[in-house]
Design a protein. Structure first.
Lengths: 360, 666
């Protein structure tokens, strides 16, 4: 089993090369200064994303299509890392990648629920395929067959033999009774993060230390946002909040989640965990606008953790994981830009949401 | 044989009183392809009552089929029908109603019993995990002070569930440990029922839905359920026996009723498409010319006053509306099927079935030459064709026979029997076998085989170009004849291209002889090549001019020139790939020898039992695996390299009115 210097020599060099290809904060500022969508695309063509969108004809340069194309870069990064990662760390990277498959699965289920409101001239599958992450050969869900089944129950039956079968079989009972996708989506999320955490904990030495730090930071953000959103928006009870969250993470402890579930002041709990996040109380006063900002702050914490992974000993899984998360955040920024420019949104409305420019 | 059957257009004017008799003749002989002529009728006439009749007959036919399906009676039409005329609905409906009533009663009981059985079995499955729990389930559910939840939960949620109910008094039991679906039991005070329920629900604890009508411990309920299941199964058997009895009693009558309804429906459907005039009907359709006189006689016998007008059809010009009936020769059927999979010839087009019948086995055998394997293939094909064995392959049995003959022939040419070649034949089989031509696997023969394959390919491509000319001349499509992608200009450029290829490969062993011969012809290829390249480059433009259209240059001159150059480039690439595509014929002949050698390497040298078993299994593997691959390659050569050159297809299928579907359609 290759590990340490021998295992990471190749992947570390490769990832560092790819890391240097990520957009700089200055690049992102330049892109955000594009006056409209067409100028943004033209500016994007001179970045490493250029090769992913240059193949599109003029009439295909729609925001949705461009977003799909640039996601291909992340898919390529994952494939590359999975292929080169030391054998013992591959299950973790693959599970991290499954995040996008879980997203695809949710999109498929939502499309089945909402299909009746769509334009009948475009087939449902044609609509859905445009928003799915280009998962390629790693895909394990029969997305097209599921969409075409037109029924959530039948679609879930098609997941037989996949890693989602067991989770979905439990959650389907609730869906059948409530006709609401919420229990299915929560079950998928919990299962995904449990598996990811288990894979991180399965590693040893420096790999485990870095994986727990990076994956744990990501999990912290999700867990905290879940409990806050479920409490504020869904008004769930204490026992439901506990069951819909996870008892592990890097900085967020089970006691913190339980404290929020039991009714403690959310702002003081968050400030205790993240002392450098300022004005949490102010953000929570108006959840509608404050929660996205809080999430942005928590994402910055993850970004900082990822950037820190590139300092010091380079022979561990932390560097590939950090690179993949930074790539994902970068694409999230680009999606914000594309959507903002295509809908002529005012600069002040979207610029605070860009992660990369917040680092300048 | 070389063209679809000659067709004649027929128009009939029928007095109203004779429409049923005429419909009977038209649908009873399987030679009349009806064309919808309702548009020829008078719109002002009242709505067509035949439409209602046809719908009623169709519904009745479906109803009878459904009854027969429920009873398990096979749908069979009589071999020699007593009645081939329309039967009034009232004459058959009462009998259908009577049988339907009888069947419905039993089938509903059967369906209910099956559902009941399914429910019991599902409840039994749910009880299995708690079969050994000695608690009265009903008593727990009806407890005044305790709230109880018993069910399955994802193993990963157990700890979280325990945490979530930590603030209320409770008792938690894991009744069955399981890595996936453990069974748990949560008990708490009734006053905290809402908390417990919310916690259970959010932890995805699925409560067991136990039958309310059964009381006692899980073990007692299990026993009761098992008794109920046995009783229900017995009832199902009894009902199925009753169904069989009803089926036996009514089988003949149902088949007769189905036939009557079917015949009436087919005729009514035909009449619906007649054009209705004031006192007459007009019918239009197509008949193979060979069957015309016979049909006319029968029509005259059915109605003295019918007017028959016939219009012979020429094969030239546009005749897309003419249905295409291919010659029905049972010996050529496998090749007809191969062709129609690709496309159906149009009426004026050359029917390449006979060409396929020659080239398909030839190319197949050349890739697979082996006497023994060819004979086995022939035998397999014969058994499949005659439904003695391999019944699933009946439709391609005859193709196996033809390919087997060709494989055997090439086996003699290559001197190979069951993979044994050269001295191995003498050493292991005890007789001598010398290749009539050469053994593809040995030494320089490899290059010779590849070269000959390309030569054969070039000759086949020449033939394909000539057939394309022939088709274009027949339909008088002069623009495509000259400037089509397989027109004269393209052909002449192909000849020039071969001269270049011949010159380039020179005296190398792979140089195809045809190309060499062409390159040595006393023709100024250095002048002709650019001339025909120019023609090929602008063939679209020339074709437009030849068709009398104004030349259309899309996107400006510069773009047009770039596009034309790319067309020429693509043309050269496709000529090269088309020609080299036939290398595969030689390559597979060599690979076949190689595969046999691999089997021998596995078998060893000692001719013991193991050796012969390995050889036998190896041969079976080669016949199955390589046989399939060679089949796909042969089909690919025909579909892409040969038919694509001259065959357009798109002919309309000849679908005559008939009472019984043919075996093929059935």
């Amino acid at each position: 089993m290759a590990s340490g210097v021998s295992g990471y020599a190749a992947i570390s060099t490769r990832v560092r090369a790819m890391y240097s290809d990520l957009l700089t904060p200055q690049d992102m500022v330049r892109l955000s200064e594009a006056p409209d969508f067409a100028s943004l695309i033209s500016a994007l063509k001179s970045t490493p994303y250029g090769k992913y969108i240059s193949g599109l004809k003029d009439n295909e340069l729609t925001p949705r299509r461009v977003i799909l194309q640039i996601k291909n870069r992340l898919a390529d990064s994952f494939s590359s890392v999975i292929q080169q990662a030391p054998e013992q760390t591959r299950p973790l990277v693959k599970q991290l990648y499954r995040y996008f498959e879980v997203g695809n699965l949710k999109a498929v289920l939502r499309s089945i629920q909402t299909v009746s409101s769509w334009n009948p001239e475009v087939t449902t599958w044609d609509r859905v395929r445009e928003i799915l992450f280009p998962f390629g050969s790693f895909n394990s869900i029969p997305a097209q067959a599921m969409v075409e089944s037109g029924n959530v129950g039948t679609a879930v039956d098609l997941l037989k033999g996949t890693s989602y079968e067991s989770t979905m079989s439990f959650a389907m009972k609730r869906f059948s009774a409530e006709q609401n996708l919420f229990p299915l989506e929560v079950a998928l999320d919990l299962d995904y993060w449990r598996r990811l955490w288990a894979e991180a904990r399965r590693l040893s030495g420096k790999d485990r230390e870095m994986a727990v730090k990076i994956i744990g930071s990501l999990l912290d953000m999700n867990n905290l946002m879940w409990v806050i959103r479920y409490k504020i928006y869904h008004k769930l009870s204490e026992e439901e909040l506990i069951n819909y969250t996870l008892p592990f993470g890097f900085r967020v402890r089970d006691e913190d989640v339980r404290a929020i579930a039991a009714g403690s002041d959310i702002a003081s709990v968050v400030s205790r965990i993240y002392p450098d996040v300022a004005d949490v109380s102010a953000l929570l006063e108006n959840p509608q606008s404050g929660l996205p900002k809080l999430e942005h702050q928590l994402k910055l914490q993850v970004v900082k953790q990822c950037v820190a992974a590139f300092v010091g000993d380079p022979f561990h899984i932390g560097i590939p994981l950090a690179y993949l998360l930074l790539s994902d955040f970068e694409i999230q920024d680009l999606i914000v830009l594309i959507e903002a420019k295509s809908s002529n949104m005012a600069d002040e409305a979207y610029r605070p949401l860009l992660l990369k420019t917040s680092l300048v | 044989m070389f063209f679809p059957k000659e067709m004649t257009e027929v128009e009939l004017i029928i007095p109203s009183k004779d429409i049923v008799a005429i419909a009977k003749v038209l649908s009873g002989h399987g030679v009349f392809h009806q064309v919808d002529s309702t548009y020829l009728g008078l719109e002002s006439l009242s709505s067509n009552t035949w439409q209602d009749k046809a719908a009623n007959y169709s519904a009745l036919e479906r109803r009878i089929q459904s009854i027969m399906q429920t009873l398990g009676v096979i749908e069979e039409y009589p071999t020699k029908a007593d009645a081939e005329s329309m039967v009034e609905l009232d004459a058959i409906t009462p009998a259908v109603n009577r049988i339907d009533e009888e069947v419905k009663g039993i089938s509903e009981q059967l369906s209910t019993a099956k559902k009941r059985l399914e429910l019991f079995e599902s409840q039994l499955r749910q009880l299995e995990p708690i079969a050994d729990v000695k608690v009265e389930v009903g008593a727990l559910n009806n407890s005044s002070y305790l709230h109880s939840i018993l069910g399955l939960i994802p193993a990963s949620n157990i700890n979280r569930l325990k945490t979530s109910i930590g603030r209320v008094p409770h008792v938690f039991f894991t009744l069955r440990e399981d890595s996936q679906k453990p069974v748990v039991w949560v008990l708490g005070p009734k006053s905290n029922a809402d908390v417990l329920d919310r916690a259970a629900k959010s932890a995805y604890l699925n409560p067991l839905s136990l039958p309310e009508e059964f009381a006692g411990t899980p073990a007692e309920i299990t026993n009761t359920l098992k008794r109920e299941i046995e009783a229900t199964k017995k009832k199902i058997v009894e009902l199925e026996t009753s169904i069989l009895t009803v089926a036996d009693r009514n089988k003949t009558e149902l088949q007769k009723l189905l036939w009557d309804a079917h015949v009436s429906r087919v005729m009514a459907d035909a009449i619906v498409r007649f054009g209705q005039l004031r006192h007459t009907y007009v019918v239009v359709g197509w008949v193979p010319t060979a069957n015309l006189e016979n049909l006319k006689t029968k029509l005259k016998n059915a109605s003295k006053e019918v007017l028959i007008e016939t219009t012979p059809t020429t094969r030239s010009g546009h005749n897309d509306n003419v249905p295409v009936a291919l010659t029905d020769n049972k010996w050529l059927r496998p090749f007809k099927d191969l062709l129609t999979t690709y496309g159906r010839p149009s009426y004026g087009e050359f029917d390449p079935t006979i060409l396929l019948a020659l080239s398909f086995p030839l190319l197949y055998g050349a890739m697979f030459g082996d006497i023994g394997q060819g004979l086995v293939m022939m035998l397999g094909g014969f058994l499949a064709h005659n439904r003695i064995a391999l019944k699933g392959l009946q439709s391609i049995g005859l193709l196996f026979v033809y390919c087997g003959i060709s494989v055997t022939f090439f086996g003699f040419m290559y001197g190979s029997i069951f993979g044994f070649e050269g001295h191995y034949v003498h050493d292991y089989l005890g007789f001598d076998l010398h290749p009539v031509w050469l053994s593809p696997i040995h030494g320089e023969n490899i290059l010779s085989v590849l070269r000959v394959a390309i030569d054969v390919g070039i000759i086949i491509l020449f033939l394909s170009y000539l057939l394309s000319f022939f088709n274009n001349i027949r339909v008088k499509d002069w623009s495509h004849l000259l400037f089509g992608h397989t027109g004269v200009v393209a052909f002449l450029f192909f000849v020039c291209f071969l001269s270049l290829l011949g010159g380039f490969l020179g005296s190398t062993p792979i140089a195809p002889q045809v190309a060499l011969t062409i390159s040595q012809l006393p023709l100024p290829f250095n002048i002709l090549t650019p001339v025909f390249a120019f023609g090929l480059m602008f063939n679209g433009l020339f074709r437009n001019i030849a068709e009398g259209h104004k030349p259309y240059i899309e996107g400006g001159i510069a773009m047009f020139l770039v596009q034309s150059f790319m067309d020429l480039f693509e043309g050269v690439i496709s000529m090269l790939s088309n020609t080299l595509s036939f290398v595969r014929v030689g390559a597979f002949a060599v690979a076949h020898g190689g595969l046999s050698l691999a089997i021998f390497a596995l078998a060893g040298e000692e001719a013991d039992l193991g050796f012969w078993i390995t050889i036998a299994l190896g041969n079976l593997f080669i016949i199955g695996f390589e046989g399939l691959i060679v089949y796909i390659q042969t089909m690919r050569l025909h579909y892409y390299e040969i038919l694509g050159k001259f065959f357009h297809g798109g002919g309309m299928r000849f679908e005559p009115l008939k009472l019984k579907p043919t075996q093929e359609e059935a």
